[in-house]
Design a protein around this ligand. Structure first.
Ligand SMILES: [Zn+2]
Ligand SMILES: [Zn+2]
Length: 269
């Protein structure tokens, strides 16, 4: 098991299980040294996906902060969120940027109220998804890009546009020194899917990581945990690693995302 995980949810999102403290105890048992909570960001209205209600944010903050204190001799706990680049939600996002230790970018809709990344199957829309990642980095909204390949979830053929988008994301990563996540969450947990051009995991996707490896982009492994038991089971992690097994990826281990966030926050706009 890895020693650092920045991608952890809580049951507030509606599709995770277990109490906050159970995540901490399982992480300690799994011998993690750093545990970052990054539950799905809440927005005032409407709510594009399963996520906590905005009224639950204070409880999320106080619960994780008190666990941080309670277990400080056993594990470093940090408080973040998984946000999207939604310019119309900038006031809310600014507040999260200011008050939380770090933010990861998990773009689940291309636009706030439409175009789910789980529905994309054409090159133009895939490019619009990458546009949003680029804008988020430009404005220093985030400290790493979670599952950069999530938009391939229903993409039937790994065509030229997929390569182009992988290359664009790699260039964004280099330009902004932005780590890209190898996600060991639901994309591998559910097993391989049959796509029009053959079987593969919905994500992570090898084509993307070929490009990331070629350009030496920084990669961080994220478990995307929605169940505390995941800290005690390497199955999904090993599947994600199998996708990049013979690639020379530049994987950052135990990277201090909070320190990186302190710098980026000053450039946030
Ligand atoms: Zn989730
Ligand atoms: Zn997540």
């Amino acid at each position: 098991m890895i020693k650092t995980n920045w991608h952890t949810h809580t049951k507030r999102c509606g599709h995770a299980t277990g109490e906050d403290e159970e995540y901490v105890l399982a992480a300690i048992q799994g011998d993690l040294k750093t545990l970052g909570f990054s539950d799905h960001a809440a927005y005032p209205t409407p709510q594009p996906y399963e996520r906590m209600d905005i009224s639950e944010v204070p409880d999320y903050i106080s619960s994780i902060r008190s666990l941080q204190e309670k277990y400080k001799d056993q594990i470093r706990i940090h408080l973040g969120m998984e946000v999207e680049y939604y310019p119309e939600q900038w006031e809310t996002l600014s507040e999260y940027r200011r008050t939380l230790d770090y933010l990861i970018l998990g773009q689940h809709n291309v636009y706030f109220d439409r175009v789910s990344v789980y529905s994309i199957n054409d090159g133009d829309t895939l490019h619009r998804y990458v546009d949003m990642l680029e804008k988020a980095c430009e404005r220093n909204l985030c400290d790493y890009i979670a599952h950069p390949d999530v938009a391939l979830y229903r993409y039937q053929r790994l065509d030229g546009s997929v390569r182009e988008c992988a290359a664009r994301i790699a260039d964004i990563s280099l330009k902004y020194n932005m780590p890209l996540e190898l996600n060991a969450g639901s994309g591998v947990q559910r097993g391989m899917y049959q796509f029009a051009d053959g079987p593969r995991y919905p994500y992570p996707t090898r084509v993307f990581f070929e490009e990331f490896a070629r350009k030496k982009c920084p990669v961080i492994i994220g478990l995307d945990v929605h169940d505390p038991r995941r800290f005690l089971d390497d199955t999904a992690l090993n599947r994600a690693l199998s996708v990049i097994s013979d690639l020379d990826c530049y994987v950052l281990e135990d990277f201090d995302l909070v320190k990186a966030a302190e710098k980026r926050k000053k450039e946030f706009r």
